[in-house]
Design a protein. Structure first.
Length: 141
């Protein structure tokens, strides 16, 4: 687990790590940083046995970024607040998905960041990318 400061780009830290290390499937890095979140403010009775009031408030709390290497999506991140109600955000990168899927299909492709710079099959790569914009893609915006 690595503590980060405000303004540090957590995804870039993980990408730098991946440039020099191979990551098998699963969690390969956990980063933690403070960020604003809605949390529960619990007020108890004097003896502490009864909840007197429960209200939401905004506070800076630790958020944990779990960087994961997935066999279908490549590098993905699940960011989760460390306090109730434990809000979570799943961060997927379509370029990672296209790169992993292309490799599985035998299409050679090189990329720098999110830019594909070379491929042996441009039409095949485009066809894979188009699967992300089909109506069947869950959660499409």
């Amino acid at each position: 687990m690595i503590d980060c400061t405000a303004g540090e780009r957590k995804h870039l830290i993980a990408e730098e790590y991946l440039r020099t290390h191979s990551a098998g499937p699963g969690v390969f890095m956990i980063l933690v940083a403070k960020a604003p979140a809605m949390v529960w403010d619990v007020r108890r009775s004097a003896d502490g046995t009864v909840i007197g009031s429960l209200a939401r408030k905004r506070a800076h709390v630790n958020h944990y970024s779990f960087h994961i290497m997935d066999s279908r999506w490549g590098h993905l991140t699940i960011k989760m607040a460390g306090h109730a109600p434990f809000a979570a955000q799943v961060i997927l990168n379509g370029h990672e998905y296209v790169a992993v899927t292309a490799q599985a299909a035998g299409i050679a492709a090189a990329k720098e960041g999110n830019c594909f710079t070379e491929t042996t099959d441009p039409a095949g790569l485009a066809q894979i990318a188009d699967t992300l914009s089909q109506d069947a893609a869950a959660g499409r915006r």
